[in-house]
Ligand binder design. Structure first.
Ligand SMILES: Cc1cc2nc3c(=O)[nH]c(=O)nc-3n(C[C@H](O)[C@H](O)[C@H](O)COP(=O)(O)OP(=O)(O)OC[C@H]3O[C@@H](n4cnc5c(N)ncnc54)[C@H](O)[C@@H]3O)c2cc1C
Length: 420
């Protein structure tokens, strides 16, 4: 472990024991920081093995972090939280890449600035990490579901051998958000913390798909669900971005939609629905599109005219048919306008279980600057279960790990001064 020579460096920590619940990236990073500070560390998780969501994240290429300037990086985190910002400054993209390299996993910066392991995978990184943690004395207890505190205030776990309470000097909760419950993070901790007097904002889908108002026609769904809208632009709330997204059976999902998901979700919550403007030909200006649409087409059908002159076909063409009346389709000016700015109205985010991540979580004011719960001294929280969100692009894992590290170090600092 980096700085192994300093293990146990904090005075007064000899024999102090921290229990960490959640073996996702936040919990593992807490374990690493706590072990490095000289604490005896036990990690508990409800699942049979560690890091299941982390492994899933690696399936499409593990986007560990982002290489853009740190000041810009920090603007992606929301709400803008000074404490979160300080933690990411303390363990940011560069530190994370150095940390991965120290585990034998080199990274590279992709064309979009996203940072990936050279082999794109999560499994080798997780394997090396668990190995190093075990070597540092961290003990793992799987199939241990935290269910709150017993009458004496000890954390209690449902285990294959019944409910067991454990003794520890500090507790770090790194229980994740509420998406992909089958991988372990099911949000069942929310009422447990609320009952303990901790303010928790309801978990909500982030980086999620949406249903379109009124749904697609059965024909569109049958032909295009799962098909991408490639090289399009979305404009919403005064922000315009180019990218790709995918049609689903009931709406839209994918990276370009995720980039707007927080604003769209909030607009739907406020107003019942949200309408973004879709540019089907973002590299062509409106005058060009007007000219090409209006160009005499002779005996050619409208479809072959648009395909020939503008390259519009497939899902893009079908969406125009889906959203415009027959009259509008045959009115060149209106059609050109729709190609450049087609309103798409969304009625609801998809359920949180389908989302990439969660918004909401433990209120920042419920914790001190070490991430210790004010209502429960000695209990720390980290990772996606805190009240923040970020778009995809490596921001999620970076901030997750930064808060995990802060909670592990915070537990050690607190124990160093609070233990007799
Ligand atoms: C499909 C997908 C792809 C993703 N890709 C990326 C990506 O490329 N880059 C990126 O930055 N982010 C990505 N993410 C997001 C990223 O994986 C998460 O933000 C990150 O895993 C959060 O880490 P965490 O440790 O806070 O929570 P989790 O990883 O969810 O871990 C929480 C752990 O707590 C355990 N747990 C929960 N409740 C209990 C309990 N009561 N008792 C005991 N254990 C419990 C769970 O079993 C789990 O192991 C992706 C997410 C998904 C779903």
């Amino acid at each position: 472990m980096e700085g192994d020579g300093h293990m146990g460096e904090q005075a007064g920590l000899q024999g102090a024991r921290v229990a960490i619940v959640g073996a996702g990236p936040a919990g593992l990073m807490s374990a690493e920081a706590a072990a490095k500070a000289g604490l005896a560390v036990d990690v508990y998780d409800a699942m049979p093995s560690a890091g299941r969501k982390f492994l899933l994240a690696g399936r499409g290429g593990l986007n560990l972090t982002h290489a853009e300037a740190l000041d810009r990086f920090l603007t992606r985190l929301r709400p803008q939280q000074p404490a979160l910002e300080a933690m990411v400054r303390g363990f940011g993209p560069e530190a994370l890449r150095a940390w991965a390299a120290d585990l034998g996993v080199e990274t590279f910066v992709g064309s979009s600035g996203r940072v990936f392991p050279t082999d794109m995978k999560a499994a080798p990184l997780l394997r090396a990490w668990l190995h190093r943690l075990r070597a540092a004395g961290v003990r793992f207890h799987m199939r241990h579901r935290w269910v709150g505190w017993d009458a004496e205030g000890h954390p209690a776990f449902e285990t294959p051998d019944g409910v067991q309470a454990v003794t520890c000097d500090a507790l770090v909760l790194a229980l994740g958000g509420g998406s992909w419950a089958r991988l372990g993070s099911d949000g069942a901790w929310v009422p447990l913390l609320q009952a303990a007097g901790v303010a928790v904002h309801p978990l909500q889908p982030s980086n999620c798909g949406f249903d379109v108002a009124g749904g697609w026609t059965p024909l569109f769904t049958e032909r295009y669900a799962g098909q991408p809208f490639k090289s399009v632009a979305i404009e919403f709330g005064g922000v315009r971005r180019k990218g790709e997204f995918v049609a689903t059976a009931s709406g839209v999902e994918g990276s370009l939609v995720y980039a707007f998901s927080a604003d769209l979700r909030e607009a739907i919550a406020r107003e019942g629905q949200a309408t973004f403007s879709l540019d089907l030909l973002p590299d062509r200006d409106e005058a060009f599109v007007q000219r090409e649409v209006a160009h005499p087409r002779g005996s050619r059908s409208l479809s072959s005219h648009l395909k020939g002159r503008l390259g519009l076909d497939g899902i893009k063409m079908s969406l125009l048919h889906e959203r415009l009346s027959r009259e509008e389709i045959h009115a060149p000016e209106r059609l050109a306008q729709a190609i450049k700015a087609l309103p798409v109205t969304l009625s609801a985010p998809r359920p949180i279980d389908e989302a990439i991540s969660s918004a909401g979580g433990v209120d920042w004011a419920a914790m001190d600057e070490r991430l210790m719960l004010r209502a429960r001294p000695g209990v720390f929280c980290a990772g996606e279960m805190l009240d923040w969100e970020a778009p995809t692009g490596g921001y999620l894992l970076t901030a997750t790990m930064a808060t995990g590290r802060a909670a592990g170090e915070g537990a050690a600092r607190w124990l160093a001064i609070s233990r007799p």
